[in-house]
Design a binder for this molecule. Structure first.
Ligand code: NAD
Ligand code: TYD
Length: 360
């Protein structure tokens, strides 16, 4: 009966995480005639508090499950009559991948394969087969490796050259997704996006970690000399791109998503300190001495920068925010949501944090 009410069912994996929660929120609000099913294992990075505002929406369903559990995923595809998959569930933190690569291979590679196979088996059992179906895989620019300081950009044709266990696992999953198109004719799309920032990001990643540390006047552990460069995109702009590409992108295509917004880590950290201190009413320069240069990350990629021309010229997408504006919005959100931050940093968080920076 429940299936009758909705025109389509879209399965979003990893919807309780950082980017996934923004995608779920956007789809639940924008597409009331679609049922949005959020499948998430709720690892340390998954948090249902990220979705409080949509949890009672009639077109939203949450299912706690592991994407690696093939039988559960197969049953879900059939029972929910899934028409489209937007796959974000992953282990996503490079430093954790250096300490525990197996977990990354299991979730990111085998988990993606489990979803692909379950979607294929279900869709092939239908009279219309792949007609109107889509498997959309969310990947990262890190699969392309590292750039020099020479103004070059990653395009959709850049050769894969991953360096961390995280990026190697994402690269492998991208290859499986494309293989399912080439081998079985399954409609797939892959997008490779640059670093995201914004509300609801787990405070192990640079920006929320450092905001939290500035608030508590804890050291800011900058890896190496802080000269590495990342291309930063506001998370809601990524969610808008995902919506556009899911609905209007071409099957079997890859799209790069990025903000044309490169920042050297140390410059970003200085901006973060200025913004946070100003919003906290602290005098300028009050927290400059929190910057602490620590031992570099192993295999630390020098520079990432994305060319998203294909996405803007074919589908008209543009980032909406200037970085300074997005940064102010982000810092303000973390300051206004101290309870969220306290909640996710309770439990084992400080143990992880201390171990991560021990001896650095
Ligand atoms: P995140 O770590 O915040 O969230 C990941 C989510 O996946 C969590 O809710 C977690 O519970 C869930 N999950 C993990 N293992 C699972 C499993 N086995 N089964 C079901 N659910 C599981 O990650 P994020 O930063 O939101 O990234 C989402 C996706 O976007 C990832 O695929 C990542 O590779 C990609 N990506 C991230 C960025 C970025 O800057 N954060 C940039 C480009 C691409
Ligand atoms: P991160 O947010 O982990 O994203 P990614 O490694 O996927 O780019 O890190 C962003 C940059 O900040 C990266 O160059 C590593 C650096 N970094 C630090 O200098 N100190 C830190 O404590 C963290 C977490 C990251």
């Amino acid at each position: 009966m429940e299936n009758m009410k909705f025109e389509r069912t879209i399965l979003i994996t990893g919807g309780a995480g950082f980017i996934g929660s923004h995608v779920v929120r956007l789809f639940v609000n924008k597409y009331p005639c679609c049922r949005i099913v959020n499948l998430d294992k709720l690892t340390y990075a998954g948090n249902l508090a990220n979705l409080k505002d949509v949890e009672n929406s009639p077109n939203y369903r949450f299912i706690k499950a592991d994407i690696c559990d093939f039988d559960t995923v197969c049953a879900l595809m059939r029972e929910m009559k899934v028409d489209g998959v937007i796959h974000l569930a992953a282990e996503s933190h490079v430093d954790r991948s250096i300490r525990d690569p197996f977990t990354f291979a299991r979730t990111n590679v085998l988990g993606t394969l489990s979803l692909l196979q379950a979607a294929r088996q279900y869709w092939e059992s239908l009279p219309e087969r792949f007609e109107g179906k889509m498997f959309y895989h969310i990947s990262t620019d890190e699969v392309y490796g590292a750039l020099e300081f020479d103004g070059s950009l990653f395009t959709e044709d850049t050769k894969y050259d991953p360096h961390s266990p995280y990026s190697a696992s994402k690269a492998s999953s991208d290859h499986f997704v494309r293989a399912f198109h080439d081998t079985y004719g399954m409609p797939v799309i892959v997008t490779n996006c640059s670093n995201n920032y914004g509300p609801y990001q787990f405070p192990e990643k640079l920006i929320p970690l450092f905001i939290n540390n500035i608030v508590h006047r804890r050291p800011l552990p900058v890896y190496g000399k802080g000269e590495n460069v990342r291309d930063w995109l506001f998370v809601e702009d990524h969610a808008r791109a995902i919506d556009l590409i899911f609905h209007r992108g071409k099957a079997a295509q890859t799209y790069n998503i990025g903000g044309f917004n490169e920042w050297k880590n140390i410059d970003l950290v200085r901006l973060l300190i200025r913004t946070t201190d100003s919003l906290l009413g602290r005098p300028e320069g009050a927290d400059d001495d929190l910057v602490t240069f620590v031992t570099d990350r192993a295999g630390h990629d020098l520079r990432y920068a994305i060319d998203s021309t294909k996405l803007s010229s074919e589908l008209g997408w543009r980032p909406s925010l200037q970085f300074e504006e997005g940064m102010e919005k982000t810092v303000k959100w973390y300051l206004d949501n101290a309870a969220w931050l306290d909640n996710v940093t309770s439990g084992d968080y400080m143990k992880y944090y201390e171990e991560m920076y021990e001896g650095r």
